[in-house]
Write a protein that binds this ligand. Structure first.
Ligand code: PXP
Length: 239
């Protein structure tokens, strides 16, 4: 059965809109865990637009399931990860001008640099996941550079506007998942998933964990964090 890792970045987005102390992503993480989340995800961005260093440090102390740090492969972030020791690091591409992560890391053009980061983090005992597009060539490079797992980018599928494009994008996800499984990589999936799109994953049992933020936090604003997490967790259990 797949797990659910809840991304609490957007609780911090709301807080940073006023540069105040509420709402606190740490409180959201506690409620998410009480509601059955299998992990808490935060993306510490270079521009600190939502999650702050203080959040990461407190989360490190209080998260009881698994703290997953999304980060760019930069010297600053590698230093923070080595210090904080999250249970997992997920390497993502990062552009200052983007609203959210726009696509997977291009491992083909950044192979050597990413391989070095993977090695450094793994040497200190941190398993490394790499966020990549559902592309067999990217999966093969993730395997070559010894990634612990991949996180398959589901955003192209979730954003597709026509049935034909949606079907093609989902076929790409299925093929990428099967290949990653064959190569014995751990498999996570995420980006853009919501309470409807998650149902498409029924039967795709190779996926170990879904990483979901925006849809859960959006629902939580209206119905509360615990209800929003429980509803998603139930849908994942039914897959
Ligand atoms: N996975 C990765 C690598 C991400 O960058 C994000 C967004 O921070 C997510 C999953 C979660 O995406 P969403 O907020 O659309 O659920």
């Amino acid at each position: 059965m797949a797990g659910l890792a809840v991304n609490v970045d957007h609780v911090a987005t709301l807080r940073e809109a006023r540069k105040s102390s509420d709402p606190d992503p740490v409180a959201a993480a506690i409620l998410a865990e009480l509601a059955g989340a299998d992990g808490i995800v935060v993306h510490l961005r270079e521009d600190r637009r939502h999650i702050q260093d203080r959040d990461l440090r407190i989360l490190r102390k209080i998260v009881q399931t698994k703290l997953i740090l999304e980060m760019a492969s930069t010297t600053e972030m590698i230093g923070i990860a080595l210090d904080v020791q999250p249970e997992v690091v997920t390497l993502v591409p990062e552009k200052r001008e983007e609203l959210t992560t726009e696509g997977g890391l291009d491992l083909i053009s950044n192979k050597d640099a990413i391989a070095e980061t993977v090695g450094t983090l793994q040497d200190s005992g941190i398993p490394v996941s790499i966020f990549i597009d559902p592309d067999p060539d990217q999966i093969k490079v993730a395997h070559q550079i010894n990634a612990t797992m991949v996180e398959i980018h589901t955003g192209i599928f979730c954003d597709a506007k026509t049935t034909k494009k949606k079907e093609q994008a989902f076929t790409d996800i299925v093929n990428a998942t099967k290949l990653a499984h064959k190569l014995r990589l751990g498999i996570n999936a995420g980006h853009g998933l919501c309470y409807n799109t998650i149902k498409t994953f029924k039967g795709l049992r190779e996926i170990d964990e879904f990483s979901i933020g925006h849809s859960i936090i959006s629902r939580a604003v209206l119905v509360g964090m615990e209800k929003a997490v429980k509803e998603m967790s139930t849908l994942i259990k039914e897959l």
